[in-house]
Each structure stands twice: as C-alpha cells, then as structure tokens.
Design a protein around this ligand. Structure first.
Ligand SMILES: [Zn+2]
Length: 196
C-alpha cells in the first residue's frame, strides 16, 4: 500500500480489503473537512494518528519479524526506524501521511496476515515500498486528509525501493501479492512489468 491515511472509515475500509497495495497513501486528490487548504497542524495530526491507531486496534511493536526487517530497511535508507504498528487481520500495510513531520520517524502500520504470509525477503520489499513513501512524504497531506491512490506514486515507490534495496526483494513482494491473489491483482501485475 501506499499509504497514508485518511478518514478513519476510509482507512478502515481500505485496510480491511484484500491487498490493495499501498492504497492508503498516495496523494492525488485531496479534500479536507472544510474543502480549504490548510497548514500542517501537528496537534491535529497527533490526535488523528492516535484515534486512527486506536480504531484499527493497532499496537506498536519493538521486536519480531516485521520490526527486524524494517530495521534492516531503514538502515539501507539511512533513516531512523519508523514506529511500527501491527493490526489484526489484513494482508495490507500502509504508512500514515504526515507522520514523519509529526514525530521525526514516521509510522507504518502492518496487517498481521502480511507478517504471516510474506517471507522475510518479500516482506523486505513490501516494507521497502512503504519506507519509500515515508521518505518521499513532504507532509503536503496529513492524517486527516482524504487521499486517493495515485498509481504513478506506487510505481515511483517501487522504483525507489528497488534503487535502495535492490530489485529482487521488491520483485519478490509483488510476485507474492500475485500468488496470494491467484494472479488477479492487476495493479501488482502492472507494477511487476514496470519493474523489470
Ligand atoms: Zn504504496
């Protein structure tokens, strides 16, 4: 997925779905509650993040497979390790838009099933993709913004992850998504082609 998130209902719907691959973050069209542009507001961001994580039933972890893989990924990017939260169900993962501006490290949320169904190598590609969103996030949008997915941003995140980690883990990630969806994920198929 891509990331960021957004109205809780939207976030929940997307996160609950079958691998949307990053759907939460990518900005393309943004509408906030008032329809007006607004300055990045840290207080509002923090409140939104807290509420969203609570609604998702997400808990922060400091060890385990996903934490270890993310540590490796963050080192490759030369960045601090983002906060990582696990939430029940879901094969999906995402990053919270604007979270890096709020806490200096950023926040990534990972579905429990993604940890179980992706081996460490493909998980590295998946987390590398989310990390690419985080490092590219200029906080033009925050947690409260409704963000539609932009396919080009997904391709760009794959490319940045491939440049940083090597192409193979990213390829393994997309191939695993295809395998888990019986080859029906058009988005993953397309991204795999672009990555070649
Ligand atoms: Zn993505």
């Amino acid at each position: 997925m891509s990331a960021v998130s957004v109205l809780f209902t939207v976030a929940r719907r997307i996160l609950a779905g079958i691998i949307v691959l990053g759907t939460l973050l990518a900005p393309q069209e943004i509408v906030n509650a008032t329809g007006l542009s607004r300055q990045f507001n840290i207080q509002a961001q923090n409140a939104c993040e807290t509420e969203m994580l609570r609604e998702m039933g997400a808990r922060e972890v400091f060890s385990g497979k996903a934490y270890e893989v993310l540590t490796e990924v963050a080192q490759a990017y030369g960045r601090a390790i983002p906060h990582i939260y696990i939430f029940p169900g879901s094969l999906n993962m995402g990053y919270i838009a604007g979270s890096t501006a709020a806490d200096g490290r950023g926040k990534i949320v990972v579905g429990q099933q993604a940890i179980e169904l992706f081996d460490a190598f493909s998980l590295k590609g998946f987390l590398g993709h989310e990390m690419a969103h985080l490092v590219s996030d200029g906080a033009a949008q925050g947690c409260n913004d409704y963000i539609l997915r932009d396919p080009q941003m997904e391709v760009d995140a794959d490319a940045l992850a491939a440049r940083t980690l090597g192409r193979r883990p990213v390829q393994a990630f997309l191939e695993r998504v295809l395998a888990l969806t019986d080859g029906q994920n058009w988005d993953a198929k397309h991204r795999l082609e672009v990555l070649q």
